[in-house]
Structure formats: C-alpha cells, structure tokens
Design a protein around this ligand. Structure first.
Ligand code: ADP
Ligand code: MG
Length: 503
C-alpha cells in the first residue's frame, strides 16, 4: 500500500517525490481515494530527467459512471445549502490552498517541468486567489424582476445545472481547473474533473486538500486518456454541462458530443495571439513585455502566448536585437532550482511537435531563426526535454509557424508600415483569443482594441487570465467565458422564470 496522506491535520508535504508517490494509483470519488476499476495505471514522467515519478489511475467508462453517480447524489444536497454558505466553504478552501502553495508549486514543477520561481509558485498562488474570488460571490447569484401585468409578480431565479464534467489540459492544470471548479461549486453544481494524462498528480492533490473542507462527492477527480475517460464523461447522461480547455481538434469532438445530448458547453481552445508594437511605445517596457507576452518562462506553452509580434518598421531591427539579447540572458535549467527561468517542454510528443516547427522555420528560404539561452549543462538533465527559445524573422505570412499554434518557445517577428496592414495580418488567422497593442497613442490603441478579433485585448501590458475579468476567445479559440461573475452566472447556472398571480 502506498504511503497516503489522509489526515486533515496533514502539514504540507514539501518532498515532491514522496508526494508524487502518495498521489499515485487512484481517482478521488466521494471524498476518498479509490483505485481504478480496471486496476490499470500509467506512468507519470518528470520531463526534466525522463524518470517515472508516479503512476496515475487509468480511468474508463466504469470509473466515470461511479464518479458521476456519486456527484449526482451529492449535488442535490449541495444545491440546497444557502449559496453564501457554499461560498464561505469555497473561501475556506482558498485559505487551505494558500497554506499549501509551496508543496503544490514543487509538485507541479516536478510533474510538468515548469520552473518553480517563474511559473509553478505563481500558478499555486493564483489558484488560491481564484477560490477566494469565487467564494466571495455566493451572495451574487441573483435573478431579476420582470414587469408583466398588474398583480402578477414575475421573477427569474438562478439554479445550478447539476453535474458538470470538466476536462482540463496540462499547461497550467491547477489554474485551469480552479477556473472551472470554483465557480461551478459556488453556483451549486457538483463536478467531475478529468485531468490531462501528462499532469494528473498535482491536480489530484488540490482536489484532496479541498475535499477536507467540502462535503464528499461534490468535487471528484478522474485521471485517464481522452477517448477512454474524457469521452464517456462528456457522454454520460447525468452530466448536464461540459467545460473543456484543450486543443481545437478535441474541442470540436467534445462540442459534437455535447450537441448530441443538447447540453451547454464552454470551450477554451487555442490561440495565435498577435502583439502590435508601434514606434512610439515605451521601448524598454515593451521589450520586457514581449518576453512575458510570449510566456517564455512557460516554454511558450500558453494559449495566449504572443507568438506573432508585429513591430513598426523604424524600430523593428532594434526590437528584434533587444529581445534576443534579453531572452539569451534567461536561464534554462532544473525546474526546481530557484535560479531557473525556463524549464522543459511537457512531453516527448510535444517536444517532437515543437522541434518540427523549428526545423520547418529553419528550412524556409530567406527566414532567420535565432536560438537563444544556453542549454543546461548539468549531466543529470541530459534527458530533459529542453528546447532553446527561438525568434524567427522573415517568415512568409502563410508559413505554418505564423498560422498554427506551436505551443512552444517560438515566436515570429515582422516589420509593418501601416495600421490597416497590420490589423489585417493580426486578424488573419483562424484564432481569436488574445491580442496586445503597445503604443503611447491612445487613439490608435483604442481603435485597434475595438477592431482586433480577440476575446481579450490589452494595451501596454499582456497579463495572463485574471480573476474578475471575463476570459475566452472568439473564432476557433472557443465558446463562452471564464473567470468572472458573469461567466459563473451564464455558464454554470440557468434561469428559471417564476410567475405569481396574486389578483
Ligand atoms: P493537447 O493537445 O494539449 O494534449 P488535448 O485537446 O489533446 O490537448 O487535451 C486536452 C484534454 O482533453 C486532456 O485532458 C485530454 O485527455 C482530453 N481529451 C482528449 N481527447 C478527448 C476526447 N476524445 N474526449 C474528451 N476528452 C478528450
Ligand atoms: Mg492530447
């Protein structure tokens, strides 16, 4: 039997390898760790070394059914609780998560290869923020009064949907899970989460911690592969809402399956986010902004990564050089080392995909690809999935590197001359998630903010998703919003009309 932490008095476990073992081999259903019905597990690998750090339960339709049945029963009681009480419990979860920031940060760094200082600790802190934000909204699940006729009181009230199936990816798994689970719970739903096969352990720990506070059965977690575990979750008759973050390709599959059942679906898919830089920008701030916009510290594995940068011609070359110089100074290395800025790609599969794009860019006639940052020299990391950040210039607009989501540390920079020209290019992909404009001319900036096809446009900054601000794309980047009060009300509740005739 595994050394499994179960006690509510458990202090944070800062030995990430021990915690990975403790999180191995189980789903979490009804507030308890349960083994997969098939008995099957799969390896979870540290991408910085290639070593197996634990094993995840390989869920299938039988496990999905067990979790959904438990969630369905628990949801009926949860929905009866006063919504502010539900919110208060979710706020308590935030406090507990905050006590565990360091352990969660260490485990996610081990599991995903994201650097502790620049990424993993940030993600762990952010999930506490998200639980806190939604926990405070329990009193806001309001409806409306509707004028209808004298002596008829007509009102709308908001009700939860029931059991929510949540499917999450591996890039910021705790954060993307929190954006789904916290509002779904406050709204009175129960959730069954299917984790990504590349990163199942840390999210399971989050679920375990939070289950110390919440009633059993309203927050359940399964691990497993997409077709075997994700698809039956979407298809289960008692799942009344699906929320998905992942690729466009799988988003379409999930959307079709949800349409078959006539249930609502929220989709957060890919992006090819443009960054528009004008010659009048604050140069140093914008170069620094390009590094964070491109999410180099997350190896570019972000839907909102500024993977297309358009720079007004007079400052183009200076900008490319300054950016390359700064990226060069970033330290690639052991994700658990505090000195490290950039960790590893998540998996061999993703590594191969990103490398292929880089090779394609290098083979493009006339294109220039600059590799920045030195590879780590530590022999313990020789099997690590490190890829040097690449900055490409002189690529044609129809290159796959310019049109497709790479999900790696690769950006393309182009010069531009005219506003209309750069706007057409910025809007010229199938995606519409995020965009940023860097200028001191507010008139130009605001006009572009209106005309850019994106769910989120930022001027002179390019932050990641923030609690309280609606987040979600247009075009192939998705359907629906997350992260805000409005998103919780619109996507995790329905409105019931009640009419009272007192004539
Ligand atoms: P990535 O390309 O980054 O792996 P995916 O879209 O493949 O992104 O995966 C995102 C999530 O969707 C993962 O949890 C994965 O297991 C799940 N998934 C993959 N295929 C399916 C499917 N057919 N039905 C439901 N979920 C799926
Ligand atoms: Mg996949």
């Amino acid at each position: 039997m595994l050394d499994r932490p179960q006690s509510t008095a458990e202090a944070p476990i800062l030995d990430e390898r021990r915690l990975a073992q403790a999180m191995s081999g189980h789903h979490l259903i009804g507030g308890r760790f349960v083994p997969p019905k098939s008995g099957k597990t799969f390896a979870v690998v540290n991408p910085a070394t290639g070593e197996e750090i634990g094993r995840a339960a390989e869920g299938d339709a039988a496990d999905v059914d067990a979790a959904v049945q438990v969630a369905d029963a628990a949801q009926k009681e949860w929905a009866k609780m006063a919504s502010r009480k539900r919110g208060a419990l979710v706020s308590q979860c935030a406090a507990l998560l905050r006590e565990h920031v360091e352990e969660l940060a260490r485990l996610i760094a081990l599991e995903t290869g994201k650097a502790l200082r620049t990424e993993s600790r940030v993600e762990a802190n952010t999930i506490a923020d998200i639980f806190e934000f939604f926990g405070g909204l329990g009193g806001e699940l309001k409806g409306e009064t509707v004028p209808f006729a004298p002596n008829v009181l007509s009102v709308t009230i908001r009700e939860p949907l029931g059991v929510v199936g949540a499917i999450i990816p591996w890039n910021v798994p705790m954060l993307l899970m929190a954006l789904k689970v916290a509002p779904a719970l406050v709204a009175g739903n129960a959730v069954v989460v299917k984790s990504a096969e590349e990163a199942p352990l840390t999210v399971l720990r989050v679920c375990e911690l939070v289950n110390r506070i919440l009633p059993p059965g309203i927050y359940n977690m399964l691990s497993g592969f997409g077709p075997e575990c994700g698809a039956p979750l979407v298809a289960h008759p008692k799942v009344r809402k699906v929320t998905f973050t992942g690729s466009v390709e799988v988003g379409r599959i999930v959307s079709k399956a949800a349409a078959e059942k006539l249930i609502p679906v929220t989709l957060e898919l890919g992006g090819k986010s443009p960054m528009l830089v004008f010659a009048d920008c604050d140069f140093e701030k914008t170069v620094a902004g390009a590094l964070t916009s491109m999410r180099f510290t997350r190896q570019g594995q972000s839907c909102t990564a500024a993977s297309r940068i358009y720079v007004e011609r007079p400052i183009f070359q200076r900008f490319v050089d300054a950016m390359a110089e700064r990226v060069d100074a970033m330290v690639m290395g052991d994700p658990l080392d505090e000195k490290t800025d950039i960790g590893t790609i998540i998996s061999k599969e993703q590594f191969g995909k990103v490398q292929k794009y880089i090779d394609q860019g290098k083979a493009t006639a006339g294109a220039d690809g600059r590799a920045c940052s030195a590879m780590p020299s530590d022999p313990a990391l020789k099997k690590g999935l490190f890829i040097r950040p690449h900055i490409f210039t002189n690529l044609p607009d129809d290159s796959p590197l310019v049109q497709e989501e790479i999900f790696g540390p690769v950006t393309c920079i182009f010069p531009f001359d005219e506003v209309e020209e750069v706007l057409a290019k910025a809007n010229g992909t199938e995606y519409g998630l995020a965009a940023s404009v860097w200028t001191n001319n507010l008139k130009v900036g605001m006009e572009l903010a209106h005309r850019l096809e994106a769910g989120l446009v930022q001027l002179n900054q390019n932050l990641v998703v923030q609690a309280n601000l609606s987040y979600g794309g247009v075009k192939s980047s998705g359907l629906g919003k997350e992260a805000s009060l409005e998103a919780m009300l619109e996507h995790f509740m329905h409105k019931k009309t009640i009419m009272v005739n007192y004539a």
